[in-house]
Design a protein around this ligand. Sequence first.
Ligand code: 5GP
Length: 177
Amino acid sequence: MLPGKTKVLLTREQIRKKVKHLAADIARDYEGKKPLLICVLKGAVVFLSDLMRNLSISVEIDFMAVSSYGSSTASSGVVRILKDLEASIEQKDVIIIEDIVDTGLTLSYLRENLLSRNPGSLKIASLLDKPERRVADVEPDYCGFRIPDEFVVGYGLDYDEKYRNLPDLCILLEFGK
Ligand code: 5GP
């Protein structure tokens, strides 16, 4: 049983349509190229798997896991790499695949870290954007939905490792244990 109450913010159907559009935009922009999609674990894994299956161009994938020090619902901006990429990204066309940009501190760290590895190009695709809470100067190049300042779960996003399996994106109304 899931502990807290949730309210649907974006249905699976709304997300499905948006992901299809994002994939079409990316395929158009990267025609004739083979971008490397870097999925930021674990929250972006559902987005990555839906996005890549909608892409009409060849892609490679790799994974990174980062943790930001601080509580589970607030970002501190101090980022630690828990799992690094398998291969060099030098001269590759890289797209960071994120679940959500909130303060932007995690993404800003990741972007600088990846830029120091000399990719051919670097862009950011995020399913969700909470612009109200932005602290760092970072914007996704491809963005699915702008959402209000609420804590959301489902479609890969968790609270305390729960709710990732919900097919819709939901607002978490109670932070139960
Ligand atoms: P930022 O560094 O941009 O503040 O935070 C980015 C990370 O915080 C996201 O990748 C995600 O893991 C987490 N995060 C931010 N907002 C939410 C939210 O509403 N729900 C969940 N589940 N995670 C969030």
